[in-house]
Design a protein around this ligand. Structure first.
Ligand SMILES: NC(=O)c1ccc[n+]([C@@H]2O[C@H](COP(=O)([O-])OP(=O)(O)OC[C@H]3O[C@@H](n4cnc5c(N)ncnc54)[C@H](O)[C@@H]3O)[C@@H](O)[C@H]2O)c1
Length: 379
């Protein structure tokens, strides 16, 4: 019997030029916006300037616990009653976490998974309007925010349906100036975020439909957007794929590629999407071999074959895996050694990957020695 829950942002606005709606949408939610944006706020000054009585908090890197604390202080001193996230996944996650902390009180460690107390965020967060400027994370429709804890060499989430943004405002034109490396890393991550929820046993009919569309749109436009960042049709496909990937990951589960990325991101400091892309071919090969050996449902092999069909027109698992590996190489993603992983670090990273929450969505239950094999293959 099918049985599932599907939760997402209350309103999704999508399309080139939609950012013009931002002042009106924000005014409907509060009078004192805190605008969380990237390290170069002047890049989006025309958008932030359109919001009256606003204060700006800039996030120049993937967020840490200290950045979240500083953002909370900025929200409280401004008396913010609505939070706008205008930037990449780093910015959107920070905005969502600030909004949750502003109404729940306390410190981010009180609510963090794995290294924190994991308390529930029971009070409604301040309303968030999430406006992505990368096409990668889908954070505009997800119920978590990721923080790095460099002292623990790990990245962990704060998670609650109360963290779902009130509005996801996705304007593909905002991604036209994304540099090729960010296009590559974020675009490949969105594709992984469609594939892992498509092969997980936690998939449901809604996430399946979104995943199929996201995989097909990524397949036809990822290489095009990398080659020509000004191609609005390709940018639109990638923005949609990213949005769909967020709907999928928030309502199904991810898998071993993201299970590795959580501890590897904390250890290596490499871009999140570069890590998921670097390990994805080995993860798929491992899952496929296990399915063929009867250690996972046969349906897993069919799912990978469908991914192959959506990406290449050839209905075999190998076609999809080969296309992904070739595309990642074409887009400049290298092996994990190039991001600083050494052979000596593999056993501890494999242990941490096996424990990570995303690994629970993998279609095959993987041991630390399986993760060691995947990491060695991905070096
Ligand atoms: N909450 C979730 O569901 C979720 C899912 C996946 C990843 N994440 C997190 O998201 C973060 C990664 O986000 P990301 O991949 O979007 O990268 P990012 O937000 O870190 O941005 C990457 C770089 O691109 C720049 N940038 C952003 N938009 C730009 C634009 N339009 N033009 C030029 N430069 C631009 C940023 O300033 C930054 O230097 C990680 O911390 C990851 O853990 C969260």
């Amino acid at each position: 019997m099918e049985s599932f829950v599907f939760a997402t942002s209350a309103r999704i606005e999508f399309g080139a030029g939609r950012v013009a709606q931002l002042p009106q949408l924000v005014a409907g939610l509060g009078a004192r916006p805190l605008v969380v944006t990237g390290g170069r706020p002047q890049r989006l000054a025309a958008v932030t300037g359109s919001l009256t009585d606003s204060a700006v908090f800039a996030v120049a890197q993937e967020p840490t616990f200290d950045i979240a604390r500083a953002g909370l202080a900025a929200a409280l001193s401004h008396g913010a009653d609505v939070v706008v996230g205008l930037g990449g996944g780093s910015v959107l996650d920070t905005a969502k976490i600030i909004a949750a902390l502003a109404s729940n009180g306390g410190d981010p460690l009180d609510y963090a998974e794995v290294i924190g107390a994991g308390q529930p965020l029971s009070r409604p967060a301040l309303p968030v309007v999430a406006v992505p400027t990368t096409s990668g994370t889908g954070s505009e429709v997800t119920a978590n925010g990721v923080l790095a804890a460099p002292e623990h060499s790990v990245k962990v989430s704060l998670r609650s349906t109360t963290m779902l943004p009130r509005v996801a405002l996705v304007d593909p034109a905002l991604t036209l100036d994304l540099p090729p490396a960010v296009t590559a890393h974020s675009g490949l991550d969105a594709l992984v975020q469609c594939v892992e929820p498509f092969v997980t046993p936690f998939a449901n009919p809604l996430t399946d439909g979104f995943a199929r569309t996201g995989i097909a749109r990524s397949g036809r436009s990822l290489r095009r957007a990398y080659a020509d960042g000004s191609d609005l049709a390709a940018r639109t496909d990638l923005a949609l794929a990213s949005l769909l990937s967020g709907l999928c990951l928030a309502n199904a589960k991810l898998g071993a590629a993201h299970g590795i990325a959580a501890p590897a991101g904390g250890l290596l400091g490499a871009p999140h999407g570069a890590i998921t892309a670097a390990v994805m071919p080995a993860v798929c090969r491992h899952n496929l071999a296990a399915a063929r050996a009867g250690q996972a449902p046969r349906a897993v092999e069919e799912r990978y074959a469908e991914v192959g069909y959506l990406l290449t027109g050839r209905r075999t698992p190998e076609a999809g895996i080969e296309w992904f590996a070739q595309t990642a190489a074409l887009l400049g993603v290298e092996g994990l050694a190039s991001y600083g992983l050494t052979e000596a670090q593999i056993p501890a990273l494999a242990e941490a990957s096996a424990r990570s929450s995303s690994s629970k969505g993998n279609p095959v239950s993987l041991t630390p020695s399986d993760f060691e094999a995947i990491l060695t293959e991905s070096l």
